[in-house]
Design a protein around this ligand. Structure first.
Ligand code: UDP
Length: 490
């Protein structure tokens, strides 16, 4: 049986970005733990920041291998070494990255042909519409992993089908998202790029959608118990097999420091971070992070800082992209937060061990941009959220957190940031008072806060059970492997 499984070979090719690659490496790990052979394919510069994770997995003895393909970044107009969405200086370069990604097809085909264990299936990231064709040529199935949750995927599927966003008279006019079990209004500019009707992205968005429609199934980093009924609805609406196999971040079982190696090289010593958290009361700390690449203008950053200080609670604040900021901002952070904020504030400039932090009992709330990984990681750690969506599908995730799950409070953001980084000249859209108020509500010890915490804790427990043998996500991985095994025999 075991050796039979080794002959099943899953090839994973994550889309070019940290928040796509990290959960896909987790998926690779989960599959390899079941005994199948896994190859994770990345680009050279996309893989480089993940070397700690890769080294850790490589030394684990699991049947998982990493391969890299060349991406002609300079030829397609990308700055040298920029091979992931999060490393781009501007979203305007996204089409170049997409163009570059098409050059991965031929080397991928060569790589697949060279394998001693013939590939049994491809699991591809969000924007490789050509992979189903590659898989068909090899006679194997192709699954897509878009990195969104079931609720967001269902909303997006229904928008594609019924196109209410095209009838809205402006980017800010609200319209109803069809096909949901409740009334939900959203405006075009709060939706992902493909629904913004931007001519320069039309061709790419159409190609990507064509690719989605050609896939044999959809893998979702989610858990049925967290998004009840939404994976089923998505399967019924799209006619595709949907496998919810998460929360994949729970694949880290061997301890906190193991979790610390997930993702990029840390910008803080993990043990120091744990000592700091250990010195705090249970559920007293707010964790503040806006994902792997979004960043604010200096004015908003400082306003947020003042709001956090005003809340008078201990917090860990992760700030990326500080190198783009004037020295005065860094100085302000040092003086105002690290000196005056004293032991109340742990500032992480760069990459934080997020999953490790969220799973610490001292953390009582997460001020988040509602990226899907962050949302799921928080819910599966039983941590309620204050929601500050920025762009992409984050407003959809906010809806889920607030109104479907009831495990969050809104900071009150109405308009999308549009770009992944706020322009440096922009002012603060959210005031320090709004920040402090949201944090206050989030950490509130009253009945409302208690209820939210209870629900979040319940989700955390359900998520853990789902990943254990017999749990829904565990069994969905089994079903996926069985399907691939059956196809391999045909
Ligand atoms: N992450 C992390 N440390 C950081 C920033 C991000 O570990 O300092 C991880 C986080 O745990 C999550 C991913 O990066 O898995 C961010 O994904 P998400 O979907 O939340 O947001 P995005 O980066 O796509 O905006």
């Amino acid at each position: 049986m075991e050796s039979g499984l080794r002959n099943l070979h899953f090839v994973l090719i994550p889309w070019l970005g940290m928040s796509h690659t990290i959960p896909m490496i987790d998926i690779g790990r989960l599959l390899a733990e079941r005994g199948v052979t896994v190859t994770v394919v990345m680009t050279r510069d996309g893989a480089a920041p993940l070397s700690p994770t890769i080294a850790q997995i490589a030394s684990s003895g699991l049947p998982i291998r990493f391969a890299t393909l060349p991406l002609p970044s300079v030829e397609v107009g990308l700055p040298e070494g920029c091979e992931t969405g999060d490393s781009l200086p501007s979203m305007d370069l996204m089409p170049n990255l997409y163009r570059g990604s098409k050059f991965l097809r031929q080397p991928l085909e060569e790589l697949l042909r060279e394998q001693t264990i013939a590939p049994s299936c491809i699991i591809c990231g969000a924007r490789y519409p050509w992979t189903p064709e590659v898989a068909r040529e090899l006679g194997i199935p192709c699954f897509i992993f878009q990195g969104f949750g079931s609720f967001a995927l269902l909303c997006m599927h229904n928008l594609y089908c019924y196109r209410p966003h095209e009838r809205a008279s402006s980017p800010t006019e609200p319209f109803v998202v069809p096909g949901l079990p409740f009334h939900f209004e959203i405006a075009r500019q709060q939706l992902p790029l493909q629904f913004q009707l931007l001519p320069r992205f039309t061709e790419i968005c159409n190609e990507v959608r064509e690719g989605e429609l050609a896939m044999d199934g959809v893998l979702v980093n989610s858990v049925d118990e967290l998004e009840p009924g939404y994976a089923e609805r998505l399967a019924a609406a799209s006619g595709k097999k949907v496998y919810t196999i998460g929360p994949v971040s729970l694949c880290y079982k061997s301890g906190r420091l193991d979790m610390a190696n997930r993702g990029k090289k840390l910008s803080v010593d993990a043990s120091r971070c744990l000592d700091w958290l250990d010195s705090m009361k249970p559920r007293s700390v707010i964790y503040v992070s806006f994902g792997s690449f979004s960043s604010f203008a200096p004015a908003q950053l400082m306003e947020l800082g003042y709001g956090l200080l005003a809340s008078n609670r201990p917090f860990i604040w992760v700030i990326n992209g500080l190198e783009r900021f004037p020295g005065a901002v860094n100085q302000w952070l040092q003086e105002k937060l690290e000196k005056e904020g004293d032991s109340k504030c742990l500032l992480i400039r760069g990459w934080a061990p997020q999953v490790m932090i969220l799973s610490h009992p001292a953390v009582g709330g997460f001020l988040t941009h509602c990226g899907w990984n962050s949302t799921l990681e928080s819910a599966s750690a039983g941590v309620p959220m204050a929601t500050w969506p920025l762009f992409s599908e984050q407003f959809l995730n906010e809806k889920l957190i607030l109104d479907v799950l009831g495990i969050g409070v809104a900071v009150g953001v109405k308009t999308s940031m549009q770009q992944m980084r706020q322009s440096p000249e922009e002012g603060a859209r959210i005031s320090r008072e709004e920040v402090a108020k949201a944090v206050e509500r989030l950490m509130d010890g009253g009945q409302e806060g208690e209820e939210r915490r209870r629900r979040a804790k319940e989700f955390g427990e359900k998520a853990r059970k789902a990943m254990m043998e017999g749990g829904s996500s565990y069994e969905n991985v089994t079903r996926l492997i069985e399907l691939v095994a059956t196809k391999a025999k045909e």
